[in-house]
Structures are given as structure tokens and as C-alpha cells.
Design a protein around this ligand. Structure first.
Ligand code: GLC
Ligand code: MG
Length: 584
């Protein structure tokens, strides 16, 4: 026992990942070795000139996902919605919003995805609906079976004033009380997000069945899986007690982090519900042996996140998003910080289960803005070459940056609720502005010069067409990384990570009989020459550059010595012991 512990400790300190032998030879399933490309449908491509992206637009530019080297697309919600939270407030989960198109457009998108060999993943939003959903309208009127489809409460009567107040101190993630008064029903309803997004009540069996039928509806149409939204919020404690205070300095009772969400997040019941959703997906797999993927969204602590993988008896998600890089890393993080985050995830993934990496999405500032444009290639290197599925938000392949928006241009409810002084710290509009295709009108996103969110002014030079034409670019690095990712070494080789210096992080992927892949990322601003042979055994004298960051001064096909690898500030170099085809 002691020696096992010692071994585990040693392995951790030296940065060696103990490869799971059961994984090394098992055949990989379609979702395990791909990069999943996330599309925010309002912002990818507008086909009809209304300034808002749509399905026909996506279909017309599906080739880009394939060219970039990704294997699947995940669409943020495309369903009927009053767009208070831009599609995450759904008024009918089985209808497509006319802004995006119709079912035929969806089928056309699906058909072309198949032709291109791309899997199609939809967003499933179980936690809440729009207040315009027929379920909510009927619930307000107490029409069964909808009466208890939502979380209703009488509230409390304040002894001093005789006035009615919300039942407790629960706060909305978008600021203010999570309780809204409904005049007609004369009760409060709980909403963790906007007032127009009442939370669904997962203690109601009919609701659970209805939501499973939503999954079945899209599964019958042939989708390959779901990203499952906002999982931690599915259940609330039925005692409706006040949540304890965090005592974080500077916060107001209206701030979400003012309270600790012990009664409203990650309740034990949630894990079983995730398993129940998974069983619906597996019903379809049982029929044709094609896995329907389930990826869950949960910003939570490590044991809670791992809980969403489920157990062998009760499997949950195929993987829950690895948000550690988003939660714990920034531009000032050291090589040790990165290594710690990598192993905090890998050491905790349940035995026999698969890892994944997420550095950005439609809710987070752009990678290039969080880590710096000069580190964007380095981040994509980690994303694609570490073991596991890669999840990549549209535009990160170009190192698109946040767009500055004025208060008057702000539309995101999280930004609006923060008010004119603080909106910019909360608004997610900056990472949701239109995809930059080329240097024509509205960056080639729309024929309309006015788009739902303004195009980033840097589109004149920062766009796909320019990056595809340039001899070196973030996009080309991304393509080369995804190409490398298809090698057996990266798909299933072991991982060794070394903290070479305060700022230089290096790792290898190795597989017997295959070429070794060696990546070194300089997270710091100054140039550094490193001797990687001091940190890894069995490296060749000379290796070939498989890809290198735009700012590295190196290009694919160049030769370089692992014993004296010169890394410019913020530069990344990926070497292979084998050959590479083509240069630049
Ligand atoms: C999820 C979505 C986010 C949305 C929130 C509430 O977290 O990712 O965009 O605002 O749910 O609807
Ligand atoms: Mg449109």
C-alpha cells in the first residue's frame, strides 16, 4: 500500500502520466480522437442578410470545419427562443427558431455533415425553459400535468412589514434574487439565470419524461450526441433554506458569489439524472452500435466534475468538460501551474474513462485575450496534443480576440444586469461577435453591414482568408496540430510532462514503434534556450519541426536539436522524431 502510494507520488512529481493499460489497446470510438468545433449559430455565417447567423449559413461553410481538421461540430441552441439569453431560453425544444431556419435546413446541414464525415452534436438545455414555453404558461395556470413543472414557492411574510418576500437568499447567476413573483399564480418561481428562464422541476416525473423525449426527438433525426447545459443546477434542496455566505470582501447580496451554493448546485440527485439521460442515449446505441456522445457542462470542484462521469454501474457523461484550464490558468501562470492543472485533471479522471480539454467557449473571454495572442498557438498545442478529446470554440483557430463593445452595444443579459459601470467584466458579447471570414463587408459573415453584434474592427487583417493565404498563421498551426493529432502517437501514446524552468513547459507523447512527439511552450516573455535531453530520455540528436507558433521563427519541416532548443518569448515548438510531409 505504502509503496503504491510512493509510486503514485513519484509519478506525479516527475510528471509522468501512468498510462491506463486498458486504454492503450482498446479500439478508439469516433468521439475520442477528434477535435469538436463549437459553433455559436448566431455568429458563424448569415445566409439571408438579416445580420444574424443561421443554419443555411453554417451549411454553406461546413468545409471550414473539415479543413481546420476537426471531426465534429457542436451547435449552441438553434431552438425556438425569445432570445433573452440568445437561444438558451427555449420556448420549444423540438422546433427550430425561424431566425436559424427550419427543419429542412437542419436536414440539409445534417446531410452535408455526413458527406464531409463530420459528426453533429446539439445543445441540450435541461435546466430551464423560456417563460414563453407552453409548459410555463400552463404551469402558471396550474393546468396538470404542468402545475409542478417549475419550482414554485409562496415566499415568506415579513413579520415587521407584513410584506411578502422571496423564500430565501438564493441569488441568480445573472445577479439579484433568483426568485421572481408571478402575479397570476400568486407565487414565486425560481430562476438561476434570467427572469425569463424559469428553472424546471426535476422532482416531477412527467417533466423528466418530457425532457427525455426531447432527447429522443433529435436522436431519431440522427444526431450524434449532445452537449448538456448547466448540469449543476438541475435540483434544488426542498427545504428552501438560506445558503451560507461566502464572506467574500466587496460582494453585495445581489452577487452570485455572495452565497455558497450548497442548496442549489450539484445535489446528489443530479448525478442520477445525468445517468438517466445517458441511458436514453444508450437506447439508441444499443440499436445500431453507434455511440451517441454526451458531454456535460459543469463549472464545479474536481470531485463534483468527476462525479458527472458516473460510475461503471451508472455511467454519466462520456466526459464532463474539463474547465480547469479556464478556471485556474491565465497569462501569468507558470509552467508549474500548467503542469498542476494538467495532472489535477488526469489524475482524477475515473479509471478507464476518457479525458478532454477546454480552453474557451461562448461564455469565456477569447483565448487570445486571456492568454495573449502570442500564446494562442501554445494553448492550441496543449488543447490538441494532450491526451483526450479537444473542444475548440469557433474563431480560436484564428486567434480571434475579444471585441470591445460599449454599454449601448451590449446585449448579453449577464452584461446588462451588471450595469453600465461593471458590464465589461461580465458581458459575454466580446467573444460572441461574428466569425471573421475575410476582409469584405462584415468580415464576410453577412451581406448586411449591420450585424447583431458588431464585427471586430481587426477583421481587415485578422480573418480566415488572410490566415489561409499567409505562409505562417495561427490557422495553419491549428491545421498542423490537428493533422498531428491523427497520428497513433497522439491518439494513444503515453504522456510525460516536465517543468523545464519557471516558464517553459514541455511534454512528450510516446508510443512503441511510432514517432515521438515533443512539444515545448515558453509561457514567459523572454527568449530561453533549453536542453530537453536533460528532461526526457531517448530523444534524437536532431528532430523535425512538426509545427511551431507564428512567433517562433521556425516552420514545419525545419530541423532543430532538442539539446539546444531556442524558444523565443511566448513561442511554442512541436518536434517529431519522424518525417513531416510538406512544409510551411
Ligand atoms: C449555459 C450557457 C450560457 C447561458 C446559461 C444560462 O451556461 O453556456 O451561455 O447563458 O447556460 O442560460
Ligand atoms: Mg440570418
Amino acid at each position: 500500500m505504502l509503496s503504491l502510494l510512493l509510486l503514485a507520488l513519484l509519478a506525479r512529481c516527475s510528471g509522468v502520466s501512468v498510462a491506463d493499460p486498458s486504454l492503450a489497446e482498446a479500439p478508439l470510438d469516433w468521439w475520442q480522437n477528434i477535435t469538436v468545433y463549437q459553433i455559436y449559430p448566431r455568429s458563424y455565417k448569415d445566409s439571408d442578410g438579416d445580420g444574424i447567423g443561421d443554419l443555411k449559413g453554417i451549411t454553406s461553410r461546413l468545409e471550414h470545419i473539415k479543413d481546420a481538421g476537426c471531426g465534429a461540430l457542436w451547435l449552441s441552441p438553434i431552438y425556438a427562443s425569445p432570445m433573452k439569453d440568445f437561444g438558451y431560453d427555449i420556448s420549444n425544444q423540438t422546433l427550430i427558431d425561424p431566425i436559424f431556419g427550419n427543419l429542412d435546413d437542419f436536414k440539409a446541414l445534417q446531410k452535408k455533415s455526413k458527406e464531409l464525415g463530420l459528426k453533429l452534436i446539439l445543445d441540450f438545455v435541461p435546466d430551464y425553459s423560456s417563460d414563453q414555453h407552453i409548459w410555463f404558461k400552463k404551469s402558471v395556470k396550474k393546468i396538470d400535468p404542468y402545475t409542478d413543472y417549475y419550482v414554485w414557492h409562496d415566499g415568506k411574510i415579513d413579520n415587521a412589514t407584513g410584506k411578502r418576500t422571496p423564500p430565501n437568499n438564493w441569488v441568480s447567476a445573472f445577479k439579484g434574487s433568483a426568485w421572481a413573483w408571478n402575479e397570476e399564480r400568486q407565487q414565486y418561481y425560481y430562476h438561476v439565470f434570467t427572469v425569463q428562464q424559469p428553472d424546471l422541476n426535476y422532482r416531477n416525473k412527467h417533466l423528466v419524461e418530457d425532457m427525455k423525449d426531447v432527447l429522443r426527438y433529435w436522436l431519431r433525426l440522427g444526431v450524434d450526441g449532445f452537449r448538456v447545459d448547466s448540469i449543476p443546477h438541475l435540483f434544488e434542496d426542498t427545504r428552501f433554506l438560506d445558503e451560507p455566505l461566502t464572506h467574500t470582501p466587496g460582494l453585495q447580496p445581489t452577487d452570485y458569489d455572495y452565497t455558497e451554493h450548497v442548496f442549489t448546485q450539484n445535489l446528489p440527485e443530479t448525478y442520477d439524472m445525468v445517468h438517466q439521460f445517458r441511458r436514453v442515449l444508450d437506447e439508441f446505441r444499443a440499436a445500431d452500435n453507434h455511440t451517441r456522445l454526451m458531454m456535460t457542462e459543469a463549472y464545479a470542484n474536481i470531485s463534483q466534475m468527476m462525479g458527472y462521469y458516473g460510475t461503471d454501474e451508472k455511467p454519466g457523461a462520456h466526459f464532463t468538460f474539463n474547465f480547469l484550464p479556464i478556471m485556474h490558468l491565465s497569462r501569468s501562470s507558470t509552467a508549474q501551474n500548467f503542469s498542476d492543472v494538467i495532472f489535477e485533471w488526469l489524475d482524477n479522471v475515473p479509471k478507464g474513462r476518457w479525458s478532454n480539454w477546454v480552453f474557451g467557449n461562448h461564455d469565456q473571454p477569447r483565448v487570445a485575450s486571456r492568454f495573449g495572442s502570442d500564446l494562442a498557438d501554445g494553448i492550441n498545442t496543449l488543447l490538441t496534443l494532450l491526451p483526450g478529446t479537444a473542444i475548440s470554440y469557433m474563431g480560436e483557430e484564428l486567434a480571434m480576440t475579444n471585441t470591445f463593445l460599449t454599454w449601448n452595444q451590449t446585449v448579453d443579459p449577464q452584461g446588462l444586469n451588471a450595469g453600465p459601470q461593471n458590464y465589461s467584466s461580465f458581458s459575454r458579447d466580446p467573444e460572441r461577435t461574428p466569425f471573421q471570414w475575410d476582409n469584405s463587408t462584415s468580415a464576410g459573415f453577412s451581406s448586411n453591414p449591420r450585424t447583431w453584434l458588431p464585427v471586430n474592427p481587426n477583421y481587415k487583417t485578422l480573418n480566415l482568408a488572410a490566415e489561409a493565404a499567409a505562409p505562417t498563421s495561427h490557422y495553419k498551426v491549428y491545421q498542423q496540430l490537428n493533422q498531428l493529432r491523427r497520428s497513433r502517437t497522439v491518439q494513444r501514446g503515453s504522456l510525460t510532462v516536465r517543468v523545464v524552468s519557471e516558464w517553459v513547459l514541455a511534454f512528450t507523447r510516446e508510443l512503441a514503434g511510432e514517432d515521438t512527439v515533443l512539444a515545448a511552450v515558453n509561457l514567459g516573455p523572454s527568449e530561453s534556450t533549453v536542453d530537453l535531453t536533460q528532461h526526457f530520455s531517448g530523444l534524437p540528436q536532431m528532430a523535425t519541426v512538426a509545427t511551431a507558433s507564428v512567433n517562433s521563427g521556425l516552420r514545419r519541416g525545419d530541423k532543430s536539436s532538442p539539446a539546444s532548443l531556442k524558444l523565443k518569448g511566448k513561442a511554442t515548438v512541436v518536434l517529431t522524431s519522424g518525417q513531416v510531409s510538406g512544409s510551411s
